[in-house]
Design a protein around this ligand. Structure first.
Ligand code: MN
Length: 351
């Protein structure tokens, strides 16, 4: 297995590429969505959080990521001695009506195919995504980790409805009319996912890009009154039932699996690894389960991380592991220190 680092859009700099190399990473996973754009309560030095108003403003619906842009990022990363393993997350501006089954759906499906084709042409092997209406939301932060390090957690579900114009915890249409998104059923959402996968996977296969689905974080049946897809480990099975092709994979998130109320994380890792379904892995540790949990340092929390790595070794996992989020360490570079700690710990475990 290989060690990687995930970088937010504003962190795609030569300095951070050097930092990743220095920590022993060989691969990068990059975010091209700027989660922090115009976000009122979403400071840039940490993982995106934000209150009811979401993280920030989604991108330009008419401006897809260009091939030259992808190639330039990849070239810079390669020049720093690293490989670009994946792009993580579509921009809500590019697929809100795929998630909502809205009037722009067909046009947006074509746009997503264009994006996947460009990744293929650029030689980027994985596109991570999270098929979710509410997205990653409803969390709190506080001094929850060892030594009072600031981390993220949850104290009960968020049942506030999603305002019109917001999807995936970002604002796509700031001038949307008053009101909230209509509530839908789990079956309706699964149907939207199936239509998305059946439309996109042939293109992904054709250009050699694997799609990698993140589970729902936090993993509750509903958040903000909208259904969620993968809130217990076994629910990933339904993705495979929809389309068993090898390009239909998972962005396995250990922290999210550990937050779930049922199932066994170790069995899930073993099973999906055996089945060749894991595109790459988000590594982090937590204590507790939804709706009340806390993110911790990688070496505290409920998950036995050496046991996870042993399972991956037994299955000869060849993909990339990246730290997901880490607590903020008390120093002048809280994000970097947290990542350096997690990468160092992982590097020792995987070698
Ligand atoms: Mn994750």
């Amino acid at each position: 297995m290989k060690l990687g680092l995930g970088l937010y859009k504003h962190m795609l700099t030569e300095e951070n590429y050097a930092f990743a190399r220095q920590c022993g990473a060989t691969h990068l996973v990059v975010h091209l969505v700027d989660y922090f754009r115009a976000g009122r309560e979403n400071p840039k030095g940490n993982q995106p959080t934000g209150g009811d108003a979401g993280w920030g403003l989604a991108g330009d619906p008419n401006r897809l990521w260009r091939l030259e842009e992808l190639l330039a990022i990849k070239d810079q990363i390669n020049a720093a001695g690293l490989e670009l393993e994946a792009v993580e997350n579509f921009d809500p501006a590019h697929w809100h009506d795929v998630l909502l089954d809205g009037p722009e759906r067909d046009r947006q499906i074509e746009n997503l195919k264009t994006i996947v084709r460009r990744l293929g042409t650029a030689g980027i092997p994985i596109m991570g995504y999270n098929f979710s209406l509410a997205g990653v939301c409803g969390r709190i932060s506080g001094p929850f980790a060892r030594g009072g390090a600031i981390s993220v957690g949850m104290d009960g579900p968020d049942e506030s409805p999603i305002p019109n114009g917001m999807i995936w915890n970002m604002v796509c249409d700031p001038s949307a009319p008053e009101g909230t998104l209509p509530e839908i059923t789990h079956e309706q959402l699964w149907d939207r996912l199936a239509r998305f996968l059946r439309a996109i996977l042939p293109t992904a296969r054709e250009v050699g890009v694997r799609l990698a689905a993140h589970p729902d974080d936090p993993p509750l049946p509903k958040m903000r009154r909208q259904p969620r897809l993968v809130y217990q480990p076994r629910m990933y099975d339904r993705f495979i039932e929809i389309d068993p092709s090898p390009h239909n994979q998972f962005e396995l998130c250990l922290g999210t699996l550990a937050e779930m109320t049922e199932g066994d994380v170790y069995q899930a890792v073993d099973r999906y690894c055996r089945q060749g379904r894991i595109a790459y892995i988000h590594v982090r540790n937590v204590t507790g389960h939804v709706p009340s949990y806390r993110e911790t340092f990688i070496d505290e929390g409920d998950l036995d991380m050496p046991r996870i790595i042993d399972i991956l070794k037994e299955n000869r996992f060849e993909g990339v592991l990246i730290p997901d989020h880490t607590p903020q360490m008390t120093c002048s570079a809280p994000w970097h220190a947290g990542m350096a700690h997690a990468l160092g710990y992982l590097k020792a475990l995987i070698s």
